[in-house]
Write a protein that binds this ligand. Structure first.
Ligand SMILES: NC(=O)c1ccc[n+]([C@@H]2O[C@H](COP(=O)([O-])OP(=O)(O)OC[C@H]3O[C@@H](n4cnc5c(N)ncnc54)[C@H](O)[C@@H]3O)[C@@H](O)[C@H]2O)c1
Length: 278
């Protein structure tokens, strides 16, 4: 490659599918895509919010961005939206597997917390695994296979610091409650986030000779109105002494989806204020 380093951070006109695009970070991934010259396509079960955020992004940053309904746990639905978007935008070269559930650690006072492993509901397991793992598998299969036939594409999987380390359950503890009544970070979050790193490495090697790069971004926790005492306990675990602002992953997204990272595949980029060093 003889082009300038700056020009490698561009994806002029490329359409980028972002699952869970209506959520908190989906907006910022979309902003990153737009600022690199791409067209974000926000897929979400929350169609209204996907459309509203797409409109907000288009209006604010004077570029193209679109929102669509898609349930990524349903293969037929993923196939339909893939063919609709391919007809509309031509080739789809970027997929960001971003959607996941993050069940909040809250319980009704006096009730045995549902989040504890011993009674963790099978239904929640199935639901969380369906969105984050099956959904990423199906989207990679449908969109990625199409990229493989064209020998061009980038898949970015959104993992988490909790895809690398175990949750420190002490930060979820409540005063004056016995040990067996303490709420915990649900097991599914750890499992799906470790799992998506496995999917990243599997696909990176599987499709390396088909011109598809597959990497994971592993973000730390983002400020989003959490109670101050929780923020304090969490930031005590972070060498930089703070959580992330929601826009602090945008530059990494641009790097990972453009030719700026052309020799990178199967990697996990941790951006977590140093949390996973400790
Ligand atoms: N926010 C953080 O602090 C943080 C930290 C580390 C990692 N992450 C990861 O980043 C990603 C985005 O997080 P977020 O905070 O924006 O989450 P969010 O809950 O705000 O957004 C998730 C989106 O996924 C959508 N969704 C759920 N099920 C779906 C389905 N079946 N089909 C399509 N869409 C579906 C939801 O409607 C929602 O809009 C997640 O993978 C999360 O685990 C977030």
């Amino acid at each position: 490659m003889t082009d300038s380093p700056q020009s490698r951070f561009r994806i002029n006109g490329s359409a980028a599918v972002i699952t869970g695009g209506a959520g908190l970070l989906g907006y910022h991934h979309a902003r990153a895509i737009m600022s690199a010259g791409g067209i974000p396509l926000l897929l979400d079960i929350n169609e209204n919010q996907a459309r509203e955020k797409a409109k907000l992004l288009s209006d604010t940053f004077s570029g193209e961005c679109y929102g669509y309904y898609a349930d990524i746990t349903d293969k037929k639905n993923v196939q339909e939206i893939c063919s609709q978007l391919t007809d509309q935008f031509g080739s789809l070269d970027i997929l960001i597997n971003n959607a996941a559930n993050d069940p909040k650690v809250t319980d009704k006072p006096g009730e045995k917390p549902w989040s504890r492993f011993e009674q963790f509901p099978e239904m929640v397991w199935d639901r969380d695994v369906a969105v984050a793992l099956k959904g990423s598998f199906l989207c990679s299969q449908v969109f990625g296979s199409e990229m493989a036939t064209r020998r061009k594409g980038v898949i970015l999987n959104i993992a988490s610091d909790l895809g690398i380390i175990a949750p420190d359950q002490r930060i979820y503890r409540k005063e004056g409650i016995s040990d067996d009544m303490q709420p915990v970070k649900p097991v599914t979050y750890s499992v799906v986030k470790h799992g998506i790193i496995g999917l990243t490495r599997y696909l990176a090697t599987y499709w390396a000779d088909k011109g598809i790069r597959v990497n994971a971004l592993s973000p730390g926790g983002v400020y989003n109105g959490q109670p101050p005492e929780f923020v304090q306990k969490l930031t005590n675990l972070i060498p930089m002494g703070r959580m992330a602002d929601a826009d602090e992953y945008q530059c990494a997204v641009i790097f990972l989806v453009t030719d700026a990272s052309s020799y990178m595949t199967g990697s996990v980029l941790s951006i977590d204020g140093g949390r996973t060093c400790w």
